[in-house]
Ligand binder design. Sequence first.
Ligand SMILES: Cc1ncc(COP(=O)(O)O)c(C=O)c1O
Length: 359
Amino acid sequence: MKPIVSATVDTAALRHNLSVVRGRAPRARVMAVVKANAYGHGLVAVAEALKDADSFAVARVDEGLVLRRAGIRQPIVLLEGVFDAEQLRASAENDFELVVHLPEQIALLQACRVARPFTVWLKLDTGMHRLGLTAEQFAPALAELRGLASVSQPVRLMSHLARADEPDSDMTERQLARFAAATRGQPGQRSVVNSAGLLGFPAAQMDWVRPGLLLYGVSPLAGSNGVDHGLTPVMTLHSQVIAVKGVAPGEHVGYGGSWTAARPTRLAVAAIGYGDGYPRSLNSGAPVLVNGRRAALAGRVSMDMIGIDVTDLDPAPALGDPVVLWGRELPVEEVARWAGTIPYELLCGISQRVAVELR
Ligand SMILES: Cc1ncc(COP(=O)(O)O)c(C=O)c1O
């Protein structure tokens, strides 16, 4: 039985996007960021499709375990590192690479005995003030890690960019200067850029780039879509028409009656709602594709359904006709702008109710 709502994941597009990334960063290795269920696309399926990635990055140890249990053999980096001895043991057993951003994580490495030393990424906070050691902590931490039998040498060096998607900000230049100052003369592979940094700061690509969003075919830069960068959107969110009705002028549609028919209106009801991860913050007027043609959301998004003004569509939509909420023909970047959010949140927000299907 075909599901009423599904998110199709185009694995050929994933591979294409990886090749676009490689074209943009020809000298760097690619750490494919697959945290948060591969941005909603399916953690294991995406990792299997991206066999040519040089490594995978996840946020947490349990995400790494899912990949190893599925037989993924590439290096796996834990972007937040580990927080206790049990997680460290699991990381040793599963050969995870560790980001170290806290003195407490160095203490865990000091206290452990492992058969094979860990690959460690020491993280410098260059101004994002989320994770990372201060410039003052960095050199002593590096010296401590150098003396540990549990750590493979040389230690790798990393940071994260806070505003690489803002061309008018000088923040990235300042972050890069801080990174250069703290790591000058030190051996070890380096990694700083995410998707926006990879596109906007080619000189900062260093040894490893860490794209997430680009791999999913989506632009991290406001004002552009993935296709503008040669990418192909990977996810398409599909639903279908489950009712078609007439609404008389002056009648209201949906909870709160926030949309009023200004003319005799043909309304299609589609099976999609915030229970599927379709954002309730979308306002009337937001674009939806019905039978491949644009129409406008009418009224509030409810848990399982939306109303769409299809008055201008000819032929008129019928029961069962296809509805697309975002995807190749309707950029998720555009829907995110309508929702007052970023494409990351929409992609990650797909709920468990949505069947994810590989294409
Ligand atoms: C440390 C780190 N590197 C890389 C990425 C990938 O970011 P993007 O999806 O913008 O490429 C993330 C995601 O937020 C991250 O936290």
